[in-house]
Design a protein around this ligand. Structure first.
Ligand code: GCW
Length: 681
């Protein structure tokens, strides 16, 4: 077996005889003109998929009426496009969407995959292959797909020395040493996997950027990757260091209002586009965690972002400017900082600037309420940043399917413009006068054989792509597709494992940070438990966030009597969070300092509920293990053993989390472990 290298593009042999018969008879002849690089790779993907799944090498025919499977742009299918769809539908699918449909021509039923562009065709072919991989009926097809966001991007936190910040799957996949001469097959497979879920951009390097990435030596390497990705519809982007004009440009300053600095960036942009005519743009982390930025020169985020935007605008590039601004010297609730710094600049950014906001206001926690900037900047393009790499979710050791985490945020109602303004709607540009839209995922990819370290971590990459394409999709459907494509279509496997996946995030929340607790991980690694305030060793830090446990209770008061972070949310969200009785229990300790004896909805008091959650979390891991153990005969031995071992580590870690947190918090609550639970060792 390949240990999972092929991701969800395994193209397993289909064994169901009835299905094989239908598929084979329908797909034996193909009309597919392949004139461009994009349609060329689409054709290759189609034929290798059909060969692997059905042992079928389709015969290429030259007229539409002879084909069982018809693939082509609207232009290429001009004679029959009226049979396929109305003009308005072709308009709706835009430049990247596609239609998959059954049509009848000359009395013969056909499957047609069409789009306005070759990239739409590539996505359509992947969409069609997905139907076969999930063994869908192909006789009643009427699929209209198009992306809801424009920029669907993976952010790699990869350093030039191939270490990966918060990477748990080996070294960086970019082999800078061998580039540009050597194009590793991995780059191609990476591009295929991304295209298969509609990801159309890749930021190659860490937001804690090294200025060297903009030197000519590196740009030539970046060009080689851009060339390799282009047929798959993927553009490259770079994280840039704001002080680059000083570090590699010999200037004395990086002040964004300095004409020489502005000229330096313009020249640099011209150079980049000389090598990479379709270069995507820059991602910038400025004035956060020690990174340089416009504030270093007394300027604003808008000054900095707009200066870069002006350099890129003639080439149609964009600036993704991060709102993750965290400075431990700011003596206030950290959760408030991004909103405070960015909201005043609503409407002040150039049209090709998009502000990249983390899903929550602290930092990629197992659970956070949605970031209050969503809904607060109606005149600014905002994209969301999710973290696929499991920095705070047990690295690549714990099985945590993140789609439910993403969905919780995407589906949250911000009440900007009244009820119904979900974060997803805002991202899709429905409520803002948005010019550009997007979603970014911090990649969980490395040089491990299986790409992501944990076989199930691949599902988070997949889920991100599917949700960036359409945030309306359900976690259930995404898990279902991924399991079938990655492992098999056996329902005795898919059903129980889907339950495991869908439950896994809540399980992790329970054994790590139940009831709205957050950031109580090991101080530097962020792996295991670290609720011990003394160990955090940072008085400034523990003063501005953390769990705030004391003899009176636990939780961070962000209401009007506390840091008042709730005021950053719109009414009625603000009121709901402010009021102890209406605050959802999952965010209770995020917003409230609650006494230990407070009665929770279960009838248990807070202390007992906390203990209950920690124990339930551990028990759920045990159930996961039991279910997986029953799957031995249904998956290959390598992945079975890999997951089994990882789950056993996860179980030990969950116990460690439970025991550390319960025993530590007990030193404050001074209450007994409720009956029915063993006293932790
Ligand atoms: O989550 C924190 C991480 C840092 C990271 C930072 C950020 C890239 O601990 O490692 O730096 O967020 O998002 O900028």
């Amino acid at each position: 077996a390949d240990n999972g290298y092929k991701l969800w593009l395994e193209y397993h042999k289909i064994t169901d005889a009835a299905k094989v018969k239908i598929y084979t008879s329908q797909l034996g002849t193909t009309f597919f003109q392949t004139k461009s690089a994009q349609s060329g790779v689409a054709y290759n993907e189609l034929s290798s998929g059909l060969i692997d799944m059905l042992n079928l090498k389709p015969v290429k025919v030259s007229s539409v009426k002879d084909g069982g499977l018809i693939i082509g742009t609207r232009n290429e299918l001009r004679d029959i496009d009226h049979v396929i769809a109305a003009d308005s539908l072709f308009e709706r699918i835009g430049n990247e969407g596609y239609i998959i449909k059954n049509i009848v021509i000359a009395g013969r039923k056909k499957v047609v995959v069409t789009a306005n562009t070759d990239i739409g065709i590539l996505y359509g072919v992947f969409g069609f292959l997905r139907l076969l991989e999930t063994q869908t009926d192909i006789n009643k097809l009427n699929i209209v797909e198009y992306p809801r966001t424009m920029y669907r991007i993976l952010d790699h936190w990869d350093n030039l020395n191939r270490t990966v910040e918060r990477g748990y799957a080996g070294a960086s996949i970019w082999n800078w040493h061998k580039l540009p001469g050597y194009i590793d097959q991995r780059y191609i497979d990476y591009a295929r996997a991304n295209a298969s879920v509609g990801i159309n951009g890749s930021v190659l390097n860490n937001v804690n950027a090294n200025a060297l990435i903009l030197t000519t030596d590196y740009l030539i390497k970046v060009k080689a990757l851009a060339d390799a990705f282009r047929p798959y519809g993927i553009k490259v982007y770079l994280s840039v260091k704001f002080s680059s004009p000083i570090e590699i440009g010999k200037l004395k300053t990086a002040d964004p209002l300095d004409p020489q600095v502005q000229q330096w960036w313009k020249d640099k942009a011209n150079e980049i586009y000389h090598y990479i005519p379709d270069f995507g743009g820059f991602l910038v982390k400025a004035n956060s965690e020690g990174q340089p930025g416009p504030q270093t020169y007394g300027r604003t985020h808008a000054d900095g972002a707009n200066m870069l935007a002006d350099a890129l605008a003639p080439h149609h590039g964009i600036v993704m400017w991060r709102a993750f601004v965290y400075d431990n010297n700011v003596p206030d609730d950290r959760a408030k900082q991004a909103y405070n710094e960015f909201k005043p600049f609503d409407g002040k950014f150039r049209p090709n600037v998009i502000i990249q906001v983390k899903n929550g206001a602290i930092d990629f926690q197992p659970r956070e309420p949605f970031h209050p900037l969503f809904g607060a900047m109606p005149n600014t393009s905002l994209m969301i940043e999710f973290q696929l790499t499991q920095e705070y979710l047990g690295f690549s050791t714990h099985l945590v399917f993140e789609a439910p985490l993403f969905k919780e945020c995407l589906d949250a109602d911000t009440y900007a413009m009244g009820k119904g303004a979900s974060v997803a709607n805002i991202l899709e540009g429905k409520y803002n006068r948005k010019l550009i839209t997007g979603m970014a995922g911090v990649a969980n990819i490395g040089s491990d054989i299986n790409w992501c370290g944990h076989p199930f971590a691949q599902a988070n990459w997949f889920a991100f792509g599917r949700l960036a394409w359409n945030p309306g999709q359900s976690s259930d459907k995404i898990a279902d597709e991924w399991l079938r494509m990655t492992f098999n279509n056996d329902l005795t496997f898919v059903k129980p494992m889907k339950r495991v996946m869908l439950q896994s995030r809540e399980t992790a929340v329970n054994y790590m940070t139940p009831l709205g607790l957050h950031h109580i991980m090991g101080v530097n690694t962020h792996y295991g438990p670290g609720p011990w305030v003394d160990d955090a060793g940072r008085a400034d830090w523990t003063a501005v966030y953390y769990h705030k446990a004391d003899s009176g209770g636990i939780g961070f008061n962000r209401t009007s009597t506390g840091s008042n972070a709730v005021s950053q949310y719109l009414i009625p969200v603000r009121d709901r969070f402010e009021n102890l009785n209406t605050c959802p229990e999952k965010y209770l300790l995020w917003f409230h300092h609650v006494k230990w004896t407070y009665p929770t909805k279960s009838g248990r008091n807070l202390w007992n509920e906390l203990v209950y959650r920690y124990y339930t979390g551990v028990d759920s891991v045990k159930s996961m293990q039991q279910i997986w153990n029953n799957m031995a005969s249904k998956v290959d031995a390598e992945r079975f053993t890999a997951v089994k071992q990882l789950m056993s580590i996860q179980y030990q870690e969950a116990q460690r989390w439970r025991d550390a947190c319960v025993l530590y918090f007990q030193t404050f609550s001074q209450l007994p472990i409720p009956p029915g639970y063993e006293t932790p060792a």
